[in-house]
Design a protein around this ligand. Sequence first.
Ligand code: FAD
Ligand code: ZN
Length: 229
Amino acid sequence: AGKKVLIVYAHQEPKSFNGSLLKIAVEELTKQGCSVTVSDLYAMQFEPRATRNDIVGHLHNSEAFNYGVETWEAYKRGCLSKDLVEEQKKVREADLLIFQFPLFWFNMPAILKGWMDRVLVQGFAYDFSKIYDGGLLQDKLSLFSFTTGVSQEIYSKEGIGGDIRYVLWPMQHGIMHFCGVKVLEPHICYAPENVSEEKRKEMLAAWTQRLKTLWKEEPINCSPEWYFK
Ligand code: FAD
Ligand code: ZN
């Protein structure tokens, strides 16, 4: 209770399975007394491209554009574009970040990747030696909640897809852990399009159930072994 949650949501259709998972999270967490904010990226027409437009006013070096350097400098000067400032404020205030999306090509949809690329600026999310356990977004939790097109059997070590944890490595370790954010177990709904209505209802009920005891969970031990052992 009293916790702040930011849900970054990437699906075009409210009636989708992802839309239903989002709705459940908003309802359940609100019921618990959490304050929930949703960044509905498609509805916001969130800009995924990392460009010069992200810096308001003059550049640090206008001879040769370097996105990382320019956004870092602009962050320090308070000259990042308004949409980034707003997302950073939501992140700063949140105790928990939930990412809700369908898996696209073993990864997050481009619009969500663009959110990561643009919002998690140097100086805000990490700095020189302030990375991993020393990252700037400490004392926050993250949870990747996503759906797949194919079954759990395919995403096993022996399956053609390989262990699903391999796709979690860049997201959980490469992004969240890098920025100091702790990682809760991912929540994966396999193949909602290809299972029975009954199974779909079960998967949705399981998400509600998990959310009820979410604040008692311990983060995973986010190290190479968790992914590749
Ligand atoms: P939907 O089609 O929206 O939902 C499935 C069903 O659930 C629908 O019939 C819907 O009506 C129903 N539903 C919604 N809400 C409820 C409710 N409350 N109760 C009961 N039923 C409900 N998959 C992979 O595994 N790996 C990949 O690499 C991959 N790459 C992709 C790349 C692209 C570009 C695209 C477009 C897809 C890719 N996919 C991949 C597939 C994709 O991950 C799935 O299509 C997606 O995860 C399905 O989720 P959804 O929310 O869109 O499902
Ligand atoms: Zn890690």
